[in-house]
Design a protein around this ligand. Structure first.
Ligand code: PHE
Length: 347
């Protein structure tokens, strides 16, 4: 029996030493010390021993068990440490490698200009509202007093979705006027920036998608003077006190009277010439057209359930790209949409 115990101990020590994982250790523990384990088997034979032998063997068996347990425990600690060591080695971080620089983006020049314009109008008490880009022809044209057959409704100018020409990509932000007046009663004081679409070939000054900012103010006693005041304030705030504007008579079906506002060309200072050459920015005009505007047509007010006898209003629609071309001092619109980082980084 003594040999048996010693052989169990020897083999156990070897097996434990060789065990390479916690799972193997657990298997060994069951095999050696478990209820059906080798040591238990030996102890079951204690009955056959004499009274003198029994305590001696008992003691030996206990010490074998204690040694196996101690070895098990120690191997567990060893394996755990080895696993940790391996993990740490694998996950080593070389703190001396230079880090990746975080590239900070910035606002697109169009958004910068939009933000400036919004700031000025919000400062004057305007609310910023939104309208859908997919619009009903009814809102985009009819209720703005643009009748069936008007050239601006032509299929060659407008992206229609349906055969009956009732749904389209809005060609202007003016339908937002209708949407606002339908839902709110005066006083109304809003701007509505957004994308608009026309079937234009892209060139230096045209793009099939561009941006407008609509403005609408309706209340009692609103006059053309209020319109000029609001737009002049905007221009002076954006371009400084020396900015020069002019208002020219024009025609829009949804305003009466109507006008366009031009800004004196910043390149040639209104002379139309730079170094004896025709100015390339204004094509010799001396002025750059920035927006259309006017007093809201009484029919349009009526179309929205607002009494034109009691209320009057002004509206304007400005081209955001035009404004951005002025502040970025570029003369080709396509640069704005190319998204070339070398261009964008200059602003
Ligand atoms: N919607 C007009 C355009 O796109 C501009 C405009 C807006 C004119 C509001 C008058 C009033 O040309």
């Amino acid at each position: 029996m003594k040999e048996q115990l010693e052989s169990i101990k020897r083999q156990a020590m070897e097996a434990l030493e060789a065990a390479g994982s916690p799972a193997v250790l657990e298997e060994l523990r069951v095999k050696l010390l478990g209820k059906k384990g080798e040591l238990t088997n030996v102890l079951k034979q204690m009955g056959k021993l004499t009274a003198q032998e029994r305590p001696v063997m008992g003691q030996l068996a206990n010490s074998v068990r204690a040694e196996i347990e101690a070895k098990l425990e120690q191997r567990k600690v060893d394996l755990h440490a080895a696993a940790l060591e391996e993990k740490l080695l694998k996950e080593t971080v070389d703190v001396t490698i230079p880090g990746k620089a975080v590239v900070m983006g910035k606002q697109h020049p169009m958004n910068q200009v939009l933000q400036q314009i919004k700031d000025v109008f919000v400062g004057m008490g305007y609310q910023v509202v939104d309208g859908p880009e997919v619009e009903l022809a009814d809102y985009n044209f009819t209720r703005l007093n643009i009748e069936e057959g008007h050239p601006s409704r032509d299929r060659s100018d407008t992206f229609y979705f349906t055969d009956d020409d009732s749904l389209l990509l809005r060609t202007q932000t003016s339908p937002v006027q209708i949407r606002v007046m339908e839902n709110a009663k005066p006083p109304i004081c809003i701007i509505a920036p957004g994308r608009v679409y026309r079937k234009d070939e892209a060139d230096a000054t045209h793009s099939p998608m561009f941006h407008q900012i609509e403005g609408l103010v309706v209340d009692e006693h609103i006059t053309m003077g209020d319109l000029k005041g609001a737009l002049t304030t905007l221009m002076k705030q954006l371009y400084g006190p020396d900015a020069v504007m002019r208002f020219r008579p024009h025609h829009f079906p949804f305003t009466e009277p109507s006008c366009e506002m031009d800004m004196q060309c910043h390149k040639c200072k209104g002379t139309g010439e730079v170094d004896g050459q025709v100015c390339s920015t204004c094509h010799g005009e001396g002025w750059i057209e920035l927006l259309g505007a006017g007093m809201v047509h009484p029919k349009v007010l009526e179309n929205c359930g607002i009494d034109p006898e009691k209320y009057s209003g002004f509206a304007f629609g400005m081209g955001l790209e035009r404004m951005a071309m002025r502040s970025t001092r570029i003369n080709d619109l396509r640069l704005i949409f190319d998204n070339d980082i070398r261009f964008l980084n200059q602003f």
